[in-house]
Structure formats: C-alpha cells, structure tokens
Design a protein around this ligand. Sequence first.
Ligand code: PGA
Length: 255
Amino acid sequence: MSRKYFIAGNWKMNKTPEEGKKLASEIASIVSKDASVDVVICPTFTALDRVSQAIEGSAVKLGAQNLYPKANGAYTGEISPEMLREVFAKFVILGHSERREYFGETDAFVNEKVKFSLENLINPILCIGETLEQREANETLEVVKTQLLGGLEGVEASQMGSVVVAYEPVWAIGTGKTATPEMAQEVHGSIRALLNEKYGSAVGEKVRILYGGSMKPANAEELLSQTDIDGGLIGGAALDSKSFCDLITAAKNAS
Ligand code: PGA
C-alpha cells in the first residue's frame, strides 16, 4: 500500500504574522506546485490569514493548531471551523500533548473536536503519545491505544480518509531526543493494527501516521523509511525554511 508522505510544520506559539508570511513565502517558493508530498504549515491564529495569502497558488496547504467544537457563540478566546475555513485552512492539529498537559484536554474533549472538525470539513491531525514515565513503566502501547480509540470514538470508516494520526512521544518533543526508527516503527505498527482492527484493512492501510518529536533533516530519512511512518509533524525544524524543505526532500527521497 503506498501512502503519500505528509510533512506538517507545527509552528506552535512562534512567528508574528509578518515573520510567518516571510517563512511561508520562502517555503511556497521552494515547494512551488510540486504536490508529490503533502506539505502543510500550521501557524498561530493571528498569522493564518497572511500565511494563507503567502502560499496561494503553491502546493503548500494551511492548517491551524486548534479549534473549538461549536459553530459560534459565547466562547471567549476560541475559534470555530468556519473561521478557519474562511482563511482556507484545510487541517487542524488536535490533541497535541502540550494542549493535553497545559490546558487539561482529555480524550473525550479531543474526540468532540475531531468529530466536529470532520463534520465541518477541516481535516484533523490527531496527536497521541506517551510520557517518559509511561514509557519507562512499559505503558506506551496501552496509552497510545487509549488515546487513539478515545480520539476516534464515533468516527466512521467513511470519514477516515480525512484523518491523519501523529504519534509524538512526549519525551521526544522539543528535547532533541528522538525515538529510534525501530522504537517509532513498533508504535506506528501497533497504531496501524488498531486502525485495521477498527475499520478494516482497506481503510486502516490508507491512513497516514506521522512521527513527531525532534524530527530533523539528519534523522528524517531513517525514520521515514520505516514501513508505517508516513511523514512528520515537525516543531523546531519547521521554523526555518531550509530545514523544513530539507525534510520535504527527505520525504520525496523516501517515496
Ligand atoms: P519538535 O515538536 O519537532 O520541536 O520536537 C514536534 C511537535 O510538538 O509537534
């Protein structure tokens, strides 16, 4: 089963709108109309509009870092799918470990967002992953299973073509520590098996499963060559056009 590689930049709380526009323009001019790898950049809310304009006409797509699962109303500080759609955001990162840790997001809340984003035509990138403590206690596969099945509760097989999963071991995020390709593949393989079991292999084999956690040009090729690693969700290395585009090249080479 060949799955198209998917490279997504998670800018987190970095880049002002002007800085974001500059970075996005650099990426768009390098990627141009080459759609051999799916490339998505996810700036902060305030930079979305300018970044959207900067990538117009290129193959780079836009994603957001969060949304609220309501159409509109009295939810101070939140953003709806319609607002994202209007700036042409096609993807949204949901369940990132930083949101789980600092903002108390539970699997049930992440699940609400996943379902609402699908109903409202924004493709979710569902993030899951264990902490160092959980890995050391040998709980990795159990934690990942709970987060995956919790996040996808009530999501139909027919909707899975729009879902991307990102496995991000929390201990590897922003720390410079990467899971070895074998460690990552073990978890990706078990995620694939869970998807195949829940949705059937015709559906499960098509879902892209990204790795995230200190992915950079130096380790990307080895990670991306693993059977069930279909791309990356990249933080630090996505903040510089050269390293981000080198990651896109690594994905092309692995294709
Ligand atoms: P990192 O972040 O690449 O800086 O480790 C990845 C992420 O949190 O998505």
